[in-house]
Design a protein around this ligand. Structure first.
Ligand SMILES: C[S@@+](CC[C@H](N)C(=O)[O-])C[C@H]1O[C@@H](n2cnc3c(N)ncnc32)[C@H](O)[C@@H]1O
Length: 226
């Protein structure tokens, strides 16, 4: 391995228009260095998304909100820029692109953000522009690869479903095995394989009350053990 061979597509201009129409820019709580386009009401936007796509059962609009795991990783990266400075970074499952933007602001040599949701890819591009940084947003499932050639793999909040976790962990293990630094953020989701990680930092992160069962979440930044 060493490179991802997943097919990469781009978001359409209609996806970008949709993102702009349903979000407003503002500073991210706990990470005010980053501004994101965010939505006010998750459930309403979810319904609008299903109408727009003409399909039911779509994934929630993960891209319209910063998730606790991503907020924690972004905070950590901004406070420890040496993690990414001068290095190639992959933000895996980037959602809004919060972590990717934080890595770019912290001096990463190049930042790639991978997502399987076209709205997320549009959102990442819009948010990179909003923050005046370069992020290569890719609509691709890269999980069968090893994240190469990126030297740092960051992932915010990816262990909330069993099937997802079963693919993400082997991917992250392969990235670590080829020498990448792997850091994830997690607010105690059910499927985090905690025993494989070492805690780097813990934060109390404000979260959207309509998405979570609390106003704040204790969220840990974890490094995958080599
Ligand atoms: C809870 S959100 C986290 C978003 C962002 N990292 C954050 O912390 O704000 C999880 C994201 O994982 C993405 N995702 C799920 N499976 C994926 C895959 N195989 N490859 C890339 N992204 C994926 C979803 O589309 C969603 O945007």
């Amino acid at each position: 391995m060493g490179n991802d061979s997943a097919t990469v597509r781009q978001a359409t201009s209609a996806d970008t228009e949709f993102v702009r129409a349903h979000t407003v820019p503002g500073p991210v709580p706990f990470v005010p260095e980053v501004r994101l386009r965010m939505a006010a009401d998750a459930i309403a936007l979810w319904e609008t998304t299903e109408r727009d796509r003409g399909r039911e059962g779509l994934a929630p609009p993960f891209w319209a909100f910063p998730w606790a795991g991503g907020v924690a990783v972004a905070r950590y990266v901004l406070d420890h820029p040496e993690l990414v400075a001068g290095r190639r970074v992959l933000d895996l499952a980037a959602g809004s692109g919060l972590v990717a933007v934080a890595a770019a602001l912290s001096g990463a040599a190049a930042v790639r953000a991978a997502e399987i949701d076209a709205y997320a890819v549009a959102s990442i591009a819009v948010n990179a522009e909003l923050n005046g940084v370069a992020v290569a947003a890719e609509l691709a499932d890269v999980l069968d690869g090893d994240g190469g050639p990126d030297a740092v793999v960051l992932a915010g909040d990816v262990f909330y479903e069993r099937a997802m976790a079963a693919r993400f962990l082997p991917f992250l293990e392969r990235a670590a095995a080829r020498g990448a630094t792997v850091v994830v953020g997690d607010p105690g989701r059910a499927y985090l394989p905690r025993g494989r990680f070492t805690a780097l930092a813990e934060y109390t992160v404000p979260v959207a009350a309509d998405l979570e069962d609390a106003a704040e979440k204790a969220t840990t930044v974890w490094a995958l053990r080599g």
